[in-house]
Design a protein around this ligand. Structure first.
Ligand SMILES: *[C@@H]1O[C@H](CO)[C@@H](O)[C@H](O)[C@H]1NC(C)=O
Ligand SMILES: *[C@@H]1O[C@H](CO)[C@@H](O)[C@H](O)[C@H]1NC(C)=O
Ligand SMILES: *[C@@H]1O[C@H](CO)[C@@H](O)[C@H](O)[C@H]1NC(C)=O
Ligand SMILES: *[C@@H]1O[C@H](CO)[C@@H](O)[C@H](O)[C@H]1NC(C)=O
Ligand SMILES: *[C@@H]1O[C@H](CO)[C@@H](O)[C@H](O)[C@H]1NC(C)=O
Ligand SMILES: *[C@@H]1O[C@H](CO)[C@@H](O)[C@H](O)[C@H]1NC(C)=O
Ligand SMILES: *[C@@H]1O[C@H](CO)[C@@H](O)[C@H](O)[C@H]1NC(C)=O
Length: 657
């Protein structure tokens, strides 16, 4: 009661003290830097110390930018005006700020200023200018950039620019980095970037450009043209060395590969999500047909019509319409480390020679692969191989043994079978995973695999093995022998298995086991050596759990999934005890039910008590006793009646006599 009154008084006081006046100003001053963001300010507070070097006024209500609004601070090096409502800037304001290097004007209303065709005046010392999200459109940039000789970085992203005119950047010749992301650029006039000798980074992503011809920005290091409507990318014919390191052409409409400058240092090329069908290249060099790849038996002599990719490290060609990839495409790719060709229509991948010496990651997932053929010496550095989502049925049985660095292998969603034990010949219809010297991760789910023979993974240091979704899979007692000290994760879910006859108890490192959605009636045997931490038994046919296994698991188990099983309540009391007293978490506890008697309603496992089972027992004892008592009574009754009758008869006999 007293607390209530106190609270009420407090609320009243608070309400009364909430004034309609401005919030108290509280900029934070840290040495020469002042932070005033989010304070609903209309101008800079007057009482700030002089000589500050950095002023953050972001997310306020500034509208008209003048000497007064900035409280005559002219020594600033950095000024942040992001997210205000600035629609006017006093011309020449920044001419007086001779130290200003970084100016952030993003997310304001500067198109309202630019429509008056007024220039903001010289930005003599500014090196970095952010004009993003200001509603600026074509040619408006000139009012900001016409006199900015020191400008190095400019961001114009998130505006409405449709055209880059040839003189757009003539007042800012020091530019190195230009960000035009997310505009509606359809046209770039000839020479627009030509005078920018230092330009190294150009972001034109998310625009509406549909064609680049005569690309000749040889000093550029990074070009981003992702998310445009490009149907052509062609470099000008020249022997000048291009400095381009990164080229992103993803998410366009290219029907052919881009024509890259002949002499290049390209390391990163992304042409994913286009409509490329073959390794043919867009166009020609000065009328001469250009070959990306001359398909000779021997490496081609690198004529001047040949583009080399000696520096390329990352190549993404995923989500296109490639049907095949001639191996000559890779002849010059001696540095390639990541190759992504997933989500195409490739039916066959083969390397007949020692190519791609440095490739670490090869992504061939989601194609229509029927063959994958490599020789002993190809792909010596390959660590991760993605072959999932193909139609592989046959592979050379020792394909993976010839990949000395292979660590991770995705083969899910294919149609592979495993070779019977000790196969030495190539039957062409099965695959072996014995002695893949560095393989730690293997996914064989959804393959229709019939059986896992004894020692199938011997001498392969697997930590993670996924065999799920192979309906009807049969295991051998020694299927996992050889994995005793390595295997940590094992997936056997959705296999319609009735009994796990493989020996899992010898897998001493096994921590995560998924046996869900099978037809199991008993748990696999585990002993006290087991270190299972997470066990999924959901959706099986388990009625009674073996007490000794429960005891063995209890030591290490942390998480248990148990829902959707026809458990019996009273025959699993030790197990229920374990759940109730130990630390085991049962995430699906809501779905774990059991039944007391065969035809009774399932009850939630949390509600089961020992007493109920005892009562049930006592109850049945009572019934039996009652039945027995009733029987005894009846017998006695019958005896009594008979006795009486015989007496009567005797009496009547004597009467007759
Ligand atoms: C901005 O402020 C200046 C001086 O404080 C004034 O002369 C000018 O008219 C104002 N402009 C706008 C658009 O409000
Ligand atoms: C320009 O941008 C680059 C890359 O984001 C950055 O490292 C550099 O510090 C920026 N320069 C200035 C002056 O802001
Ligand atoms: C190119 O721009 C897109 C869109 O902004 C971005 O997602 C992508 O990471 C950029 N590419 C590179 C290589 O930086
Ligand atoms: C690729 O080029 C070859 C030889 O010039 C030509 O025969 C073939 O039709 C071209 N393919 C495509 C898809 O343009
Ligand atoms: C393989 O490529 C596909 C699409 O190109 C991508 O979604 C997937 O994440 C890639 N795999 C890896 C492991 O990078
Ligand atoms: C292609 O695969 C690489 C490596 O696996 C990955 O980094 C990249 O994101 C993938 N590309 C796409 C478009 O998913
Ligand atoms: C699972 O196995 C049973 C026999 O044990 C069989 O009747 C049933 O069709 C199998 N289910 C599937 C999906 O293979």
């Amino acid at each position: 009661m007293a607390l209530c009154v106190l609270l009420l008084v407090l609320l009243c006081v608070l309400a009364a003290s909430r004034p309609p006046r401005q919030l108290p100003l509280s900029c934070t001053v840290v040495q020469t830097e002042v932070f005033c963001s989010d304070l609903a300010l209309h101008s800079t507070p007057q009482d700030l110390p002089q000589g500050i070097l950095a002023l953050d006024l972001s997310r306020n209500q500034l509208q008209n930018l003048s000497q007064e609004t900035l409280a005559f601070h002219t020594d600033l090096h950095r000024l942040n005006l992001h997210a205000n409502k600035i629609h006017f800037i006093q011309p020449g304001l920044f001419a007086g700020m001779t130290q200003l290097k970084i100016l952030d004007l993003s997310r304001n209303h500067l198109s309202a200023f630019a429509v008056h065709k007024t220039k903001i005046g010289p930005l003599g010392s500014v090196e970095s200018l952010d004009l993003s999200s200001n509603g600026l459109y074509t040619d408006m940039t000139d009012y900001f950039l016409s006199d900015s000789p020191s400008l190095v970085n400019i961001s114009l992203s998130g505006n409405s620019i449709t055209k880059i005119s040839s003189d757009a950047f003539r007042g800012s010749l020091s530019l190195r980095k230009v960000n035009l992301h997310n505009n509606v650029i359809m046209e770039i006039e000839d020479g627009a970037f030509d005078s920018l000798d230092h330009l190294s980074d150009l972001d034109l992503s998310k625009n509406s450009i549909n064609c680049i011809t005569d690309f000749n920005l040889y000093n550029l290091k990074s070009l981003n043209l992702s998310q445009n409507s490009l149907e052509m990318f062609q470099s000008s014919p020249s022997d000048e060395i291009s400095q381009l390191v990164s080229l992103d052409l993803s998410q366009n409409k290219l029907p052919l590969l881009p024509l890259i400058p002949r002499k290049n240092k390209l390391e990163y090329l992304d042409v994913s999500r286009n409509q490329i069908q073959s390794v043919n290249v867009t166009g020609t060099y000065s009328g001469q047909i250009f070959f990306l790849c001359t398909c000779l038996a021997q490496p081609p002599s690198l004529t001047k019509h040949h583009t080399c990719f000696h520096h390329l490290r990352y190549l993404d060609m995923s989500y296109n319409n490639f049907q095949s990839l001639p191996e000559c495409l890779f002849y010059t790719m001696l540095s390639l480390e990541v190759l992504n060709i997933s989500n195409n229509c490739i039916t066959s991948f083969s390397l007949s020679r020692d190519l791609l010496p440095k490739v670490r990651i090869l992504n061939l997932s989601e194609n229509s692969l029927q063959t994958f053929q490599i020789t002993q010496k190809s792909l010596p550095s390959l660590e991760e191989l993605y072959l999932n989502g193909n139609t592989l049925t046959t592979l050379d049985f020792n394909t993976f043994q010839s990949l000395p660095s292979l660590r991770l292998l995705h083969l899910q969603q294919n149609d592979l079978q495993m070779c019977p034990q000790n196969i030495l010949d190539d039957f062409g219809s099965c695959i072996s995973f014995e002695s893949v010297s560095h393989l730690e991760y293997l996914d064989l789910s959804e393959n229709n695999i019939q059986r896992i023979p004894a020692g199938a993974f011997r001498n392969t240091p697997l930590k993670h093995l996924d065999l799920s979704l192979n309906s009807g899979l049969t295991l051998h007692r020694d299927s996992f022998s050889g994995l005793e000290n390595s295997l940590v994760h094992l997936y056997l879910n959705e296999n319609n298995i009735t009994v796990i006859n493989a020996d899992l108890s010898s897998l001493t490192n096994l921590k995560y086991v998924d046996l869900s959605t099978n037809q199991l009636t008993t748990l696999p045997r585990w002993n006290r050596e087991s270190s299972i931490e997470s066990l999924n038994l959901q959706n099986n046919n388990l009625v009674t759990l073996d007490y000794s296994t429960v005891l063995a698991l209890e030591r290490s188990l942390k998480t248990l999934y148990m829902g959707s099983n026809p458990l019996s309540c009273c025959s699993n009391l030790p197990f229920l005890h374990m759940l109730q007293r130990s630390e085991v978490v049962v995430p699906d506890i809501e779905a774990v039910t059991c039944v007391y008697l065969e035809d009774s309603e399932p009850v939630k496992i949390e509600k089961v008590t020992q007493e109920m089972c005892q009562n049930l027992e006592n109850g049945s004892v009572n019934v039996i006793m009652m039945v027995v008592a009733a029987l005894v009574l009846i017998v006695m009754l019958i005896l009594l009646i008979k006795c009486c009758q015989s007496r009567k008869r005797k009496r009547s006999r004597s009467y007759r006599a």
